[in-house]
Design a protein. Structure first.
Length: 193
């Protein structure tokens, strides 16, 4: 992935589409408190295990907020994911994300729920539901890469490189990704297919 970032700046938000900054005021144990937060969409993500390659399919993309806070990371390594911004089952939403981002047509019945967790609890507190599915080349429909202005690269991570990858701090990655690896090793194991 080639990323050339120029003229990076911040501006105040006015009419927002995906996040809505708010100031919260409340009383806790008799004390007045306030907090700055962001209303945002809940999301879905999926760990994709490629049976033929014995590897995980990850997405790699530029994330402006990560760059804002740490301008040495031009991309993050993530699970295939998307926001819940329409009325459909969570499985249907993640199925569509797999198609858009990764180019695989995964049957709904092959998508297994792992769990849900809250992310970015100090700012947005949105809920992310994690899923798992096996893929193979017979499911490949197109090259993937996202839709509209998304610039998503795909990367296969060999299963025997999980530990090295998790502890490689030169690669920006999400806790959901690392937790999913843990879940896989505990529930599916290296030799379980």
């Amino acid at each position: 992935m080639k990323n050339i970032i120029k003229e990076f700046k911040t501006d105040k938000l006015k009419d927002t589409k995906f996040v809505h900054p708010v100031k919260l005021t409340y009383e806790q144990n008799g004390k007045e408190k306030s907090w700055e937060a962001v209303r945002s969409f809940d999301s879905v993500s999926i760990l994709l295990y490629h049976e033929d390659k014995n590897a995980f399919l990850l997405v790699k993309q530029f994330r402006a907020p990560v760059y804002l806070n740490d301008n040495k990371h031009l991309c993050t390594y993530e699970l295939c994911a998307g926001i819940i911004d329409k009325k459909a089952s969570l499985e249907q939403i993640i199925k569509e994300e797999i198609d858009e981002e990764c180019g695989y047509d995964v049957p709904l019945e092959s998508i297994e729920k792992i769990t849900s967790c809250y992310t970015n609890v100090g700012v947005s507190g949105s809920c992310q539901t994690l899923f798992y599915a096996k893929i193979n080349e017979s499911m490949k429909a197109h090259k993937g890469g996202g839709i509209n202005n998304e610039e998503i690269d795909l990367m296969f991570l060999s299963i025997d490189k999980i530990d090295e990858f998790i502890y490689d701090e030169s690669k920006a990655k999400t806790p959901g990704l690392m937790f999913s690896f843990y879940w896989f090793m505990k529930n599916k194991g290296i030799n379980k297919k």
